[in-house]
Design a protein around this ligand. Structure first.
Ligand code: E4P
Length: 218
């Protein structure tokens, strides 16, 4: 399973990239606004830190506008994935970019029907938002399961399921159990994945017992 981090905070991205466990980055207009930085500048910096796909979202809502903005974003680096919303114009723009071998992340997916359209449009990634579905009382993980099942029926669907709007380590575990290709995870949740109180307790005991031996390694 690939791990992307869902942030536009370059400091946090660098820190996580240093672990060697980061496969890509997703951003959205909200995260760019939160960074307080210039969009092109911050995406350029991120694309230089992480060799994997870096999603940069268009702001236009019409096909021509999306193509114009996406073409500008694609110039930044080869690892840019143009993020387009799941609308008819977004799907058209998706087809346009993927036919030019430019990666596309189709975002704001909330149904299996939408995910089928994205795969037919040749999307590199489909982003179903599990947390936001959970928030309105619909089971987000069920959607992941449905999309994975559908995509597995058709070997010519090459779209990767990118689980988005992840809120907890359990979302990541459940997505992995279903077999989703990618999870895009907020930095705080990514850090939580490594934590377990029994790990902390066990390590403290091992360290204090080791000190009693009075030995040093090397
Ligand atoms: C995905 O690409 C989105 O940026 C993100 O996962 C949205 O998550 P949120 O629902 O926590 O805003």
């Amino acid at each position: 399973m690939k791990f992307f981090v869902d942030t536009a905070d370059v400091k946090e991205i660098r820190e996580l990239a240093d672990t060697g466990l980061l496969d890509g980055v997703t951003t959205n207009p909200t995260l760019i606004a939160k960074s307080g930085r210039d969009f092109i500048e911050v995406i350029t910096e991120i694309a230089g830190v992480v060799p994997g796909p870096v999603s940069a979202e268009v702001a236009a809502t019409d096909f021509e506008g999306m193509v114009k903005e996406g073409e500008r974003l694609a110039l930044i680096a080869d690892n840019i994935a143009i993020k387009v919303p799941l609308t008819w114009d977004g799907l058209k723009a998706c087809k346009h970019f993927t036919s030019k071998n430019i990666m596309v992340n189709v975002t704001l997916c909330f149904s299996a029907a939408q995910a089928i359209l994205a795969a037919k449009a040749g999307a590199t990634f489909i982003s179903p938002f599990v947390g936001r579905l959970d928030d309105v009382g619909q089971p987000g993980m069920q959607l992941i399961s449905e999309i994975c099942t559908i995509y597995n029926h058709y070997e010519y669907f090459n779209t990767e399921v990118l689980v988005a709007s992840v809120r907890s380590p359990m979302h990541v575990v459940e997505a992995a159990m279903i077999g989703a290709h990618v999870a895009t995870i907020p930095p705080s949740v990514l850090k939580q994945l490594a934590s377990h109180p029994l790990t902390d307790k066990g390590l403290a005991t091992f360290l204090s017992d080791w000190q009693k031996t009075g030995q040093k390694i090397g």
